[in-house]
Design a protein around this ligand. Structure first.
Ligand SMILES: NC(=O)c1ccc[n+]([C@@H]2O[C@H](COP(=O)([O-])OP(=O)(O)OC[C@H]3O[C@@H](n4cnc5c(N)ncnc54)[C@H](OP(=O)(O)O)[C@@H]3O)[C@@H](O)[C@H]2O)c1
Length: 337
């Protein structure tokens, strides 16, 4: 049995990744800031949850000792420049050093479509720029750049760049459906932005398959994979589809009012002032200045032998059933469909 460490394993994607890894026979250790965030993982067999500050490099190095591989799913969607740097750049930096120090064989890093390791600063938002910088840091370390001829130099690296991810416990399609149940109209910023939504189970499978590379002749070359579904939608189409599938106004949904960019920025700035995580931030709007669809210049899910699932039938299933938002029973039921 091989050992794998998961950073960000308690989140939306992480829970699916952990479950798939366990099924594939991995012994999983999940690091979390708060054990209570991992309640839904506790029933999983061969899984250990540890409360560890992943930003503490010494603690991270200790947690990596004895592991064969690591998956990094830690990210934030909203924040300041400093918080993006900490989560998306400094953490991959510490992770890379720790992996080299203890001789980790394989690293799978979840980035985002629109991030660019070669030209991080060309991206339109703090989120995407910091994601690109994080990719670059890991790629340098993976090829052993700057290594001082110690025992270990480099590691196998797969970077996955998903478009927006959907699934029964997503905060995306579900949120649009919920909002339309409450509000009579949908003022929508970035209505024309294009996305290529990918199913969370396909993303989790991509993580697991990325780890099956050991021993391949090109395994030491870092690879980047675009993780996208089969269909492209505008944000407006996704809002309308969520209403249709959840039966809001007998499937007609609410009128969607596309906001011009300046008004969208004002709306987002006001949302940022509300307590808790904002529904939308100005930085999210900045991300939407570029299409969130596969460039086609990089390998996609087919390179991992995955045929991505379409959004409509899966979202219809979970929006109709209004399933519980978390919990392995829910995840198990859904993944057996
Ligand atoms: N969801 C999407 O549509 C989407 C689209 C494209 C890319 N992605 C990428 O996919 C990955 C997983 O996304 P997700 O939707 O599963 O995210 P998520 O549900 O927000 O989970 C992220 C996890 O990261 C940990 N985390 C958050 N902030 C942290 C911080 N400041 N320091 C340390 N740990 C922190 C949390 O773990 P604890 O609370 O247990 O510490 C949390 O479980 C991310 O890299 C994300 O950028 C997601």
């Amino acid at each position: 049995m091989k050992n794998i460490l998961i950073l960000g394993g308690t989140g939306f994607v992480g829970a699916h990744v952990c479950e798939k890894l366990v099924r594939e026979g991995w012994r999983v250790t999940v690091l979390t800031r708060r054990r209570s965030n991992a309640q839904h993982l506790l029933p999983l067999p061969s899984t250990t949850v540890l409360e560890v500050d992943v930003h503490d490099e010494a603690a991270l190095t200790r947690a990596l000792t004895g592991q064969d591989a690591v998956v990094n799913l830690v990210a934030i969607l909203h924040g300041t420049q400093e918080s993006f740097d900490k989560a998306h750049v400094a953490l991959p930096q510490k992770l890379a050093r720790a992996c080299v120090a203890v001789g980790i064989e394989q690293v799978v890093h979840i980035s985002a479509l629109g991030a660019d390791a070669l030209q991080p600063q060309s991206a339109p938002s703090m989120y995407l720029r910091s994601k690109g910088q994080g990719e670059a840091v890991l790629m340098q370390a993976a090829i052993g750049a700057g290594a001082d001829h110690g025992k270990h130099a480099g590691f196998e690296l797969t970077i996955l760049r998903p478009s927006v991810i959907f699934g029964a416990d997503d905060k995306f399609i579900n949120l649009f459906a919920k909002l339309q149940k409450i509000f009579p109209v949908m003022p929508l910023a970035g209505a024309d932005a294009r996305f290529q939504p990918v199913w969370v189970e396909d993303v989790a499978t991509a993580v697991v398959r990325s780890l099956a590379r050991v021993g391949a002749s090109d395994a030491k070359t870092p690879r980047i994979i675009e993780v996208c579904g089969p269909d492209v939608f505008t944000l407006k189409e996704l809002v309308q589809l969520s209403a249709q599938l959840s039966g809001v106004c007998e499937g007609l949904g609410r009128p969607v009012i596309a906001l011009p960019r300046w008004l969208g920025q004002i709306q987002a700035a006001m949302m940022e002032l509300a307590p808790g995580q904002p529904l939308m931030s100005r930085d999210n709007l900045d991300s939407m200045q570029i299409d969130n669809v596969a460039t086609g210049k990089l390998p996609g899910l087919s390179s991992l032998g995955i045929t991505p699932s379409a959004l409509r039938p899966i979202a219809q299933d979970y929006l109709e059933q209004n399933q519980p938002s978390y919990g392995l029973t829910g995840i198990r039921l859904r993944s057996h469909h």
